[in-house]
Write a protein that binds this ligand. Structure first.
Ligand code: NDP
Length: 280
């Protein structure tokens, strides 16, 4: 069963809400509502609300098409809908088209406009510009596509891609550039875009082509999975070796802030969003 959209008619005859949300399946773990609702309150958008929209793949297209009439200004899109979101859009940013996936949809003048804010969020969060640097990306799913595209777009000298299923790494590299590898080797950046399921309970170094000590071979570690309520093994290993590390919540805040600005045309209160995303 998917989402049921409540009528946008608040009791008492107040003005209808301006709605935002996140579509995913599953999506119950998402910190986006807490983060965006805190941001909306902080910038004084009292009549706006951001909500969870659990939508299975077979209902994705019809649900999205119904959202503007139900008062939605825009939505974020997460697993497994990012490619479908791009396919549904009337217009898309160059980066969303390049990546082949969208995480942000804006409803404007009868059109669905797609963007991908994961890619710029990864680049903006890095402690150094990736131009001329080397990177190893782990994974070949949607977020790996965003990372590879972003690093290449930012002028990285070499982007290597490792994936559990090597053919998928080869496919990404054929489409986006980069070099598929079957083993990990030191580089300036390590970007982990793998997941082992949304509860992430089995995600550990067993899933990755490197061990905790190998993390010393990188100048910065980015670890996208974030839904564990605790540091991931990769983040723990990097922190223990005083290697600059960006965890998944930092990337979540970065992509959320960029989406918030697209939704509201207001500067995102990033500190407020970070505090809400990190609140236990
Ligand atoms: P996809 O489902 O598109 O891709 C999953 C990737 O993980 C594939 O490369 C898959 O490899 C790999 N994988 C899955 N299970 C294992 C395993 N047991 N061992 C090794 N590799 C495995 O997911 P996304 O790319 O969209 O997301 C990946 C992770 O990043 C998720 O945890 C997601 O929550 C997180 N994420 C976080 C964001 C943030 O803002 N912090 C934004 C986007 C994603 P294979 O091809 O072999 O199946």
């Amino acid at each position: 069963m998917g989402v049921r959209l409540a009528p946008n008619v608040p009791p008492g005859g107040e003005r209808p809400e301006t709605r935002l949300g996140v579509l995913g399946w599953p999506v119950g773990h998402s910190r986006s509502p807490a983060m965006h609702n805190a941001a909306l309150a902080a910038v004084g958008l009292a009549g706006w609300r951001y909500q969870l929209l659990p939508v299975p793949p077979e209902l994705f297209a019809e649900t999205v098409r119904a959202l503007p009439a139900a008062g939605f200004r825009g939505v974020n899109v997460t697993i497994p809908h990012k490619q479908a979101a791009l396919a549904l859009a009337d217009r898309a940013s160059e980066r969303a088209r390049g990546i082949g996936a969208a995480n942000t949809l804006i409803f404007e003048a009868g059109e669905i406009i797609a963007d991908n804010t994961d890619a710029p969020a990864i680049i903006a969060a890095l402690p150094f510009a990736p131009a001329g640097r080397t990177a190893l990306v782990l994974g070949a799913g949607g977020s790996a596509r965003a990372a590879v595209w972003a690093l290449r777009d930012a002028g990285a000298a070499e982007v290597r891609v490792w994936n559990r299923t090597p053919e998928r790494a080869q496919r990404i590299c054929a489409e986006l550039g980069g070099t598929a590898v079957t083993a990990a080797a030191p580089a300036d950046l390590l970007v982990n875009c793998t997941s082992s399921g949304l509860d992430a309970s089995e995600l550990s170094f067993k899933s990755l082509p490197l061990g905790a000590d190998d993390v010393s071979g990188y100048s910065c570690v980015v670890d996208l999975p974030y839904n564990r309520g605790m540091d991931t093994p990769l983040v723990t290993a990097a922190l223990a070796r005083t290697i600059p590390v960006l965890d998944g919540l930092e990337i979540l805040v970065g992509q959320g802030a960029l989406s918030f600005e697209r939704f509201t045309a207001r500067a995102a209160p990033v500190d407020v969003m970070r505090a809400a995303a990190r609140a236990r």
